[in-house]
Ligand binder design. Sequence first.
Ligand SMILES: Cc1cc2nc3c(=O)[nH]c(=O)nc-3n(C[C@H](O)[C@H](O)[C@H](O)COP(=O)(O)OP(=O)(O)OC[C@H]3O[C@@H](n4cnc5c(N)ncnc54)[C@H](O)[C@@H]3O)c2cc1C
Length: 305
Amino acid sequence: MFQYDTIVIGAGFSGAVFAREMADAGKRVLLIERRSHIGGNMFEEDSPAGVRIHKYGPHIFHTNNPRVFEYLQRFGKWFPYEHRVLGRIDGKLVPIPFNFKSVDVLFPEEKAVQLKRLLLENFGKDKRVSIYDLANHSNAEIREFGAYVLDRVFLHYTAKQWGVPIEQVDKSTINRVPVVTGYDDRYFQDEIQWMPEEGFTKIFERMLGHENITLRLGTDARTLLRLDHGTKKVFFEGVEFSGTVFFSGAIDEFLDCRHGRLPYRSVDLVFEDLDMPQFQAAAVVNYPNEEKFTRISEFKYFHQK
Ligand SMILES: Cc1cc2nc3c(=O)[nH]c(=O)nc-3n(C[C@H](O)[C@H](O)[C@H](O)COP(=O)(O)OP(=O)(O)OC[C@H]3O[C@@H](n4cnc5c(N)ncnc54)[C@H](O)[C@@H]3O)c2cc1C
């Protein structure tokens, strides 16, 4: 009775991959997206000066799963890209995650040598250590170092980023940015770190370019679909739909916010074209302290040279 076997809601990475997998398996897929474009948060467009930007904030691809990368290579060429971030601390630019280079830049030589020795003795080489393990360490000098990094790198940045004091942010979130006991200044440690040569949106276009996929942009799925929470049945335009429904939007909205709203944090992005070949020394520079904003990203770094 229905024209479709599968309904997918959301054309971001989750929905697009699911839609493609179902289409490859011979299913007829209806993909509903409420925005006017595919790609979800990874969508790109050109700035007025023609620089490809990530409209919803910079996205970098990294994984330790070779199958994921093999899969994505079907839809476009990729180039190796290792993401590096600097932070402006005490007027100096230092690598983030905080590592031995950051120690060298911020501390007098003798103190830096002593700190690095202590960190190696206590944690080993090239380890990624939680800021909390440093700030609560039994050794007073490591504790003092931990308190310094906590204050300069995490405290104010976290308040700006998450809008709450650091104590209210889950430790696993804070630990995403560790302190590195070595000189590896890459932001991510994953073995596979690449970026799409023609951008993410082209990857999505090819992924969704399948005869079994029908795309409906600018449509909120809630205007077409209804989930009956009692019977767990789904109705499409008023008629019961017994095929597969894949929802990749906000889980609280899926439940009609019956249990309230989740405390989402949104970002304010301001884009500017500058008439210069390069603005800053890394793709992203963090401003953890005095400034009102958290970071500046220069999108040209995400393009192949
Ligand atoms: C600023 C920022 C930076 C990030 N950086 C990275 C990064 O560097 N690397 C990384 O791996 N991840 C990053 N992420 C996370 C990244 O956005 C996600 O991993 C990825 O985009 C998730 O894809 P998704 O399909 O699950 O969700 P989304 O990309 O959010 O796609 C969901 C889609 O569903 C649509 N939708 C929702 N509800 C409905 C509805 N009712 N009807 C129709 N359509 C609907 C939305 O419009 C949206 O297009 C970042 C996120 C943000 C916000």
